[in-house]
Write a protein that binds this ligand. Structure first.
Ligand code: FMN
Length: 437
């Protein structure tokens, strides 16, 4: 695949050398276009040696090849990393003052992925937020930056996602664009017999299905404290929620991951909100849902919590009777999210997860249908759980039930496969949804 790798003038430019290696080692032909500021961080020699191509940042170099037109037309994928605040602003306003910006304007239906990196203040500035919004609304996939240590002593959202994460998102975007293009093929071919040749206006940008949308996903298992050292927990590893976050991110969404206890790291590029208990998750979920287009509640939330939490470690004593743990019910977060959404007439898709076990009273699907009726969410992803089933495993097998009563949909395979199926189903539901009047 012919890739244009734009490099912005940020401190993280050095990490993009590793990204370039990932692309070339995977067999892709990469032309690097560093901005002028980028070359103050990493020199042209590095990009030329690693890419095997001459490197320029001016439209006035190699004028006989009209570089920006050629690169824009030939590129099958454009990746910009680090996308600085300045570069995002220039791209959002359609400036064409260097080779990279000209190439972006010439790129037509080529998928474009931008990986921002900057200080948190710059990332959260309304001007940057508006520029990101504009780019996303035009079909550009703008990844969320990772959270963590920034250039100085400060930390927060603004780090460049790791090269491997950008590579994965870029490949997913290129794959999605290629399948969208091939799905459109037969119609185009059929039309060609009768319709006149399509002009440039007919070219449709390959818009990732969740581009411009905010998706909140909860993952992992809550822990309900008993005393400062003990808690009631569950076996959830967080793998399915993390796979969903990665899939939603690859589908172009801005992803917010509400992470209870997880055994796996959050994918880079998502906004991470750490929680411990069901009550903390409730608060984070209600807050996050206020500006989310999709909410997926995949965390294993404790139904009950200890009624009393001891301030000091509960001691084992011979002169005192063994303690009895009294439990109280936790709030029903999924149900509450649906109620808040409906009360606000918000256009939002809410997806629940049900981990069920069958018993003499009914099988897993019976209990799941009952849960869907009670919760009134739009989709319910159901899996059968048990000691060796689902929790902590790398594979999963689910049935997706819909509130509209449509045929249950099965999905199985790796947790990434299941996540992709759930995100595809959500995309399909959203594309069917009637916009509010
Ligand atoms: C040491 C240093 C580090 C910088 N890091 C960043 C950064 O990470 N993100 C950013 O948006 N700007 C950063 N800047 C500011 C940009 O270099 C500046 O806005 C520049 O005009 C961006 O150029 P570009 O549009 O070619 O990327 C940094 C500047 C300096 C001097």
């Amino acid at each position: 695949m012919r890739i244009v790798l734009g490099v912005g003038g940020g401190i993280a430019a050095y990490k993009v050398a590793s990204l370039l290696r990932l692309f070339t080692e995977a067999g892709h032909d990469v032309t690097v276009i560093p901005t002028e500021a980028a070359t103050r961080f990493v020199g042209v020699a590095t990009w030329e040696a690693l890419s095997g191509h001459p490197v320029s940042n001016s439209v006035f170099d190699a004028v006989h090849t009209v570089n920006h037109v050629r690169l824009g037309h030939e590129a099958e994928l454009i990746v910009v990393a680090p996308a600085t605040a300045d570069l995002l602003a220039r791209a959002a306003t359609g400036q064409a003052d260097d080779l990279l910006l000209n190439t972006l304007l010439m790129a037509g239906d080529c998928p474009v992925l931008m990986a921002p990196a900057m200080h948190t203040e710059m990332w959260q500035h309304p001007a940057t937020e508006a520029n990101v919004e504009t780019l996303r609304s035009r079909g550009v996939t703008v990844l969320e930056p990772a959270s963590g240590r920034l250039t100085g002593a400060d930390s927060g959202p603004g780090r460049l996602p790791e090269p491997e994460a950008i590579f994965t998102a870029a490949m997913a975007l290129a794959g999605a664009a290629a399948s969208a293009a091939s799905a459109a093929m037969p119609a185009v071919k059929a039309d060609m017999d009768t319709a006149p040749a399509a002009g440039p206006a007919a070219a449709q940008p390959a818009v990732p299905p969740l581009a411009g949308l905010t998706v909140t996903i909860s993952a992992g298992g809550t822990r309900e404290p008993l005393d400062p050292v003990r808690f009631l927990g569950n076996r959830s590893s967080g793998k399915q929620g993390v796979a969903l976050a990665a899939a939603a991110s690859a589908a172009g969404a801005r992803v917010r991951l509400l992470a209870a206890h997880m055994e796996v790291p959050a994918p880079a590029g998502v906004e991470l909100v750490q929680v411990e208990t069901a009550l903390e998750l409730r608060e984070a979920a209600l807050h996050a849902a206020a500006d989310s287009d999709v909410v997926i509640m995949a965390a294993a939330v404790a139904d009950f919590r200890p009624a009393d939490v001891a301030g000091t470690k509960i001691k084992k004593r011979d002169d005192v009777a063994d303690p009895v743990i009294n439990l109280v019910r936790n709030p029903d977060i999924l149900r509450e999210l649906v109620e808040v959404r409906d009360a606000a007439s918000r256009n939002q898709l809410i997806v629940g997860f049900a981990a069920e076990t069958g018993d003499a009273g009914g099988d897993v699907l019976d209990y799941a249908r009952d849960k869907l009726r009670r919760k009134a969410c739009d989709l319910l992803v159901v899996n059968q759980v048990g000691r060796d089933l689902v929790f902590g495993e790398d594979t999963n097998s689910v049935v997706i039930l819909s509130r509209d009563g449509s045929e249950p949909q099965e999905a199985s395979g790796s947790k990434s496969d299941v996540a992709a199926a759930v995100i595809d189903r959500i995309s399909a539901e959203l594309s069917r949804a009637v916009p509010p009047a």
